[in-house]
Ligand binder design. Structure first.
Ligand code: BGP
Length: 476
């Protein structure tokens, strides 16, 4: 048996991408609720000029409706249970608990909703794994405060984390403080609430916002461990294995620097509890001046590091600074230089199972803490056949190869806690805001305008994943 006995097989989602019910039971608007779908979304995500002067509740945006999981969560969790999930990773919409973000008292209706979701999981013996904040700070915090750049957000997050940890710590053991914290480089609007009103230099803002998020993350770990020392509270990063374009040492150094800037920086602080040695050099490269750091911040980071590293893995990347004529791949998040040994998804994400084995060995070697793959999967266009079946063999192939790579890494000695493939049920894509980029084992009948019956049906991969879990990853 390769995987450990208590291995957490499951699936992952995020509140803003599946719940819908964006204005129900006292919920406020979130940043994600103000995002249009389609081509303009990626431009918004990558800039800090997202114009929030519009009234987001007057438009129909995809995240408003999601897949209506808010009203159908029992049906959805029953399907997860049928697949044999041992855990289910989901997030809590901050704006359900604190609609404007800056209130002092939590919205009971919001807490009550998540209590039902948690209880429904526990009914089936499914361990809830909660991301406290996944790409959706209350819109008011972005508009009126300028997002995570503003120190005041730390206190608001602390209230939020305290409210959910206090309420659920007896039922939920596994937590993560922020989704893909390092993705702010590519998605400052969604990840850190950077909007037109933020002002200032984008790089400076991103790093200052990170400092505030690091402090907030440590405060959440402190609160959680004081409530129950057994809680496991992790960080969560997006990791892309990065290869040097060739054996030219110049490209090799560029790869090392890219790893520091993208794959390592946030986790270095959150796991080791201190800014890494290369921090000043990185600031210099990015033109970042010394950050505003308050007394006690650094001691707090050191005292409350995370317990494990959660990460998403979708693709690898290639670093090249020498060959200007190199082929590129048009990826909607990372892209860059084309790797001739790999295929890419329809969105240009270069598919690389072996890169996952490398990622696992790299992260385990660097941090020596347990790892949790909390997102992985293939976004694809699915076709519903005349008889209603969906034969997603391409998805099965992608997942089987990645699970094999996990198994190889465990044999290499890596301590791996679990695996929750992304979008276990089809949901709204984070980068495109569309339904047609699907990841699920469960098909949801909705188009890009979120029109359709919303009915759930099992894809071919549903039975396949059920078998994988039943055989503890032996029968792929
Ligand atoms: C990660 C996010 C998720 C998710 C996933 C797939 O970056 O944490 O929220 O959506 O990627 O991305 P996409 O939906 O853009 O295909």
């Amino acid at each position: 048996m390769t995987f450990r006995q208590d291995f957490l097989w499951g699936g992952a989602t995020a509140a803003n991408q599946l719940e819908g019910a964006f204005d129900v039971a006292g919920k406020g608007l979130s940043v994600a609720d103000a995002m249009p779908g389609g081509k303009s979304r990626m431009q918004i995500l990558g800039s800090d000029t997202f114009d929030l002067s519009i009234d987001a509740d007057k438009y129909v945006y995809p995240n408003h409706k999601g897949i209506d999981h808010y009203h159908r969560f029992k049906e959805d969790i029953a399907l997860f249970a049928e697949m044999g999930f041992k855990c289910y990773r989901f997030s809590i919409a901050w704006s359900r608990i604190f609609p404007m973000g800056d209130e002092t008292k939590a919205n009971e209706a919001g807490l009550a909703f998540y209590e039902q979701v948690i209880d429904e999981c526990l009914k089936y013996g499914i361990e809830p794994v909660i991301t406290i904040s996944h790409y959706e700070m209350p819109l008011n915090l972005a508009k009126a405060y300028g997002g995570w750049k503003n120190r005041e957000i730390v206190g608001f997050y602390e209230n939020f984390a305290k409210a959910v940890l206090t309420r659920f710590h007896t039922k939920v053991k596994y937590w993560m403080t922020f989704n893909e914290i390092n993705s702010a480089i590519a998605l400052p609007a969604l990840s850190q609430g950077m909007v037109a009103t933020t002002g200032g230099d984008q790089q400076q803002n991103i790093f200052q916002a990170w400092h505030h998020q690091f402090v907030a993350s440590s405060l959440a770990v402190k609160i959680g461990h004081e409530l129950n020392p057994d809680l496991q509270i992790g960080c969560m990063i997006i990791y892309a294995t990065t290869y040097s374009y060739d054996s030219n040492p110049v490209n090799q150094v560029a790869t090392m620097l890219q790893n520091q800037a993208f794959n390592y920086f946030c986790a270095d602080v959150q796991v080791r509890g201190e800014y890494p040695a290369y921090t000043q050099k990185l600031f210099k490269e990015k033109g970042v001046s010394p950050l505003a750091i308050e007394d006690g911040d650094l001691a707090l980071l050191k005292a409350y590091p995370v317990d494990y590293v959660g990460f998403s893995y979708y693709m690898s990347a290639v670093q090249n600074v020498t060959d200007k004529a190199a082929d590129t791949v048009d990826g909607n998040i990372l892209g860059g230089v084309k790797n001739p040994f790999l295929e890419a998804s329809d969105w240009g994400w270069q598919i690389d199972p072996t890169g996952l084995r490398i990622a696992l060995n790299d992260l385990h070697g660097r941090y020596q803490v347990p790892l949790f793959i909390v997102e992985n999967g293939l976004g694809a266009y699915d076709k519903v056949e005349a008889d209603g079946t969906i034969n997603d063999d391409y998805r099965i192939d992608y997942l089987a190869k990645h699970i094999q790579a996990m198994s190889d890494a465990v044999e290499d000695g890596v301590d791996l806690m679990g695996y929750t493939p992304w979008g276990c049920i089809d949901l709204v894509s984070a980068s495109t805001g569309e339904m047609s980029k699907r990841y699920g084992f469960i098909y949801v009948d909705l188009n890009d305008n979120i029109e359709g019956t919303g009915n759930r049906s099992k894809k071919k991969s549903f039975e396949w994943y059920k078998k994988v879990i039943a055989t503890k990853g032996e029968d792929l």
